[in-house]
Design a protein around this ligand. Sequence first.
Ligand code: UT7
Length: 316
Amino acid sequence: MPIIPAGVRGARITGWGSALGHKVVTNNDLAATMETNDEWIRERTGIHQRSIGGTTAELSIASGRAALEMSGVDPASIDVLVLATTTPDRTVPATSANVQNALGLRCGAFDVNAACSGFVYALVTAHGLLAMGAQRALVIGTDTLSRIVDWTDRNTAILFADGSGAAVLEATSGPGQLVSWDLDADGSLEDLLFAELGENVQMNGKEVFRRAVRIMVDSATKTMQHAGVTADQIALIVPHQANIRIITAACERLGVPMDRAAMTIEYTGNTSSASIPLALFHAADAGRLKQDDLVLLVGFGAGMTAASALLKWGAL
Ligand code: UT7
């Protein structure tokens, strides 16, 4: 199990930004075109509406620009761009190439695909690069799942949506914000949630649900154990916004009360790689985080991936 060695140079988030698709789609909008209804979707998923529209590059540029502006960092001084996405705009080149150019970055840029765990994978990867000498990184999680959803399939169309969240990370002289982390995958479960090239996403929702709670709890527990902290010390948990019932069950098993969970699912739906940063930065913008709060990010997704990271908010 990887534990961050003592003395490794850390990093902190100095700016963030968010973007959603431009078109709001309510449950009633969906009920007009498929066999479903607002009450069922709210009760079974926690989703009231979602936003769709835009390409992965467009949403990434919007959130990335906001993060750069907030941090006050010169785009040309960013040393690496890591874009987490499972819905790239093209097969080649990586969508990060387009984003790098549009934002005026002059650095290495690459995509990471770990489905809904993607942002945490990207965040941990960027911390590794900063420990190796990079000074500043831009980390973005973006997905445009509406483009690979079959809009006649009520199993998936009610859940997935589009969005993006971005963070500027800057190296610090101290230990930084990342206290501990865990990245997992079980490729033997790849058939539970997949999309063939050029085709729509297919999902065994019941099986994904059943496994999701367990793998989120496993990953979050490992991350807390690495750090030597217990659930009562967590000021805010930021779970992947997939289904309110998954979030509730995972929080219950972890022993973190729901009033300490960041929630955006009601209006975002499941935005995959964007889900965790959107919920984290929504909580930060709402003033829910103070200096040195312990924040636990935890996600799961196709692959089946899981990822968690413990941050000490604002730490140097
Ligand atoms: O990022 C990871 C992404 N994936 C997930 O997180 C998916 C995890 N899974 C889920 O969130 C849930 O399994 C779903 C929301 C996909 C489905 O909820 P469920 O509680 O597992 O429903 P179900 O498939 O067991 O269906 C229960 C009933 C069935 O009717 P009967 O057989 O009881 O009469 C379904 O036919 O609900 C019916 N149903 C619906 N009714 C209205 C299924 N989907 C819908 C729907 N609207 N959209």
